[in-house]
Design a protein around this ligand. Structure first.
Ligand code: 5GP
Ligand code: ZN
Length: 142
């Protein structure tokens, strides 16, 4: 299984850096984020060092999503949250700081005062939308 000597999350998995463990199994490890958006914010990481989300093996990615969702439900039941966001930053420009793929489970309350800075652009015409669509589909590989 691949590990990176200097990766902070690989160090957490090896136990070289302490962490507040929520859950672990053969494929993944979940622990409290050290600087939570809301209290109880959890990170779900693969045991293997992958950087981008598309590199993660399908069984591991599935487990990350499944466990992340279950932790989200546990956050609602245990700490009285109303919902949660599952968030994954892929690439520095998308906000990825730690280059070991990870899924954030961010518990949310109706009045928690946190807002994603979400904007909504428009396609200037149907043909522009079709052009964009075709470019994406052309590059889609499995
Ligand atoms: P990113 O911005 O890469 O999506 O998220 C990285 C997350 O890792 C941040 O929310 C940050 O608070 C968390 N983090 C960074 N270093 C540590 C650490 O040493 N321990 C824990 N528990 N979380 C960390
Ligand atoms: Zn790593």
């Amino acid at each position: 299984m691949s590990e990176e000597t200097n990766c902070i999350f690989c160090k957490i998995i090896r136990g070289e850096i302490p962490s507040a463990k929520i859950y672990e199994d053969d494929l993944i490890y979940a622990f409290l984020d050290i600087s939570p958006i809301n209290l109880g914010h959890v990170l779900v990481i693969p045991r293997q060092h992958w950087v981008g989300s598309s590199e993660i093996a399908e069984d591991v990615a599935g487990r990350m999503f499944r466990v992340g969702s279950r932790i989200g439900v546990a956050l609602k039941r245990s700490l009285d949250y109303d919902g949660f966001n599952l968030h994954l930053a892929d690439g520095a420009c998308a906000g990825q700081v730690v280059m070991h793929a990870h899924l954030h489970v961010v518990p949310r309350g109706a009045d928690d005062g946190f807002r994603w800075n979400w904007r909504q652009m428009q396609y200037s015409s149907d043909s522009v939308r079709t052009e964009i669509l075709n470019k994406i589909v052309e590059k889609l590989k499995f």
